[in-house]
Design a protein around this ligand. Sequence first.
Ligand code: HXC
Ligand code: NAP
Length: 269
Amino acid sequence: MSEPFDYSGRTVFVAGGTSGINLAVARAFARAGAAVAVLSRSPGKVRAAVEGLRALGGPAEGFEADVRDFDAVATAVAAARERLGEFDVLISGAAGNFPAAAADMSARAFAAVVDIDLKGTYNVLRASYEHLRKPGAAVVNISAPQSTVPMELQVHACAAKAGVDMVTRVCALEWGPAGVRVNAVVPGPIAGTEGMARLAPTPELEQVVTGSVPLGRYGDVQEIADCCLWLASPLAAYVTGAVVPVDGGWSLGGASQVFSDMRRLFTGP
Ligand code: HXC
Ligand code: NAP
């Protein structure tokens, strides 16, 4: 199916764009006509993502880098700009997660998630700013309900994604005068993703999550991609600094208790 947006002649860079939600976002922009670059650590995932993107018809490039390594990110974004032109859209979505209690996880475990999600987001935005087409570029960060909802077993992700939301807002303030919009999407629990495989790895736990979502179901990766397509488009020309939930209403209440319920299922009362 073609997308209801036209991104032909546009360049989109997706950090962490080689699997799950971010790959679906990259593919949606490619279907809408954009030239797309993706970046992640695994050579195999980068190769497979680029092959899939090229099969959709447009130019696509892939880069191996760890978002924790600023110099590697800067080298990759410079190469992407060289091959595909200035970026019209920047998506930053690399992240790591696992369930672990605050009193049990190691300091290195906490740091790993903060370094990938929060510092990685900053690295990607900082390295890309000079390569954004100004005015007119749009940045979309991929946040999570953990950014506003305290969840058991998620102290690392809650701290990191709260920071991602504030990076979004501050960069919106600073970059607005240059004509660059900066927003974030907050996916709820999304079907078929690594994130939910880690946080709700059994059908029983999936049901606990589903029961906590007002719309009563997991979301689909395309529903996140659709919001990114809109946020980066002229239809959202007056939207900046927004942190937009696409979560079936999960963060209105259900998300705050669900990991406590799940922890009891994991470990007993
Ligand atoms: C406790 C853990 C752990 C776990 C790793 N660690 N997994 N601690 N429980 N399950 C600890 C390690 O023991 C180590 O600490 C430290 O974390 C760093 O681990 P490494 O394996 O050396 O790190 P690294 O190779 O950099 O890998 C980063 C990672 C990994 C985050 C740990 O899982 C990863 O690469 N994840 C990317 C894919 C992913 O997570 N996708 C889901 C995103 S979903 P010590 O002290 O032993 O050295 C998401 C939100 C979902 O973000 C929201 C849903 C609502
Ligand atoms: P995923 O498939 O694991 O996607 C993570 C992507 O980031 C992969 O392409 C991964 O590729 C890359 N990545 C991870 N660590 C990296 C690093 N250090 N440097 C560079 N790239 C790195 O996970 P997902 O579940 O689809 O989640 C995608 C995004 O949505 C994340 O930002 C997550 O927080 C957010 N989110 C997900 C859910 C959900 O239901 N799944 C809910 C809310 C928010 P490599 O392994 O090759 O590096």
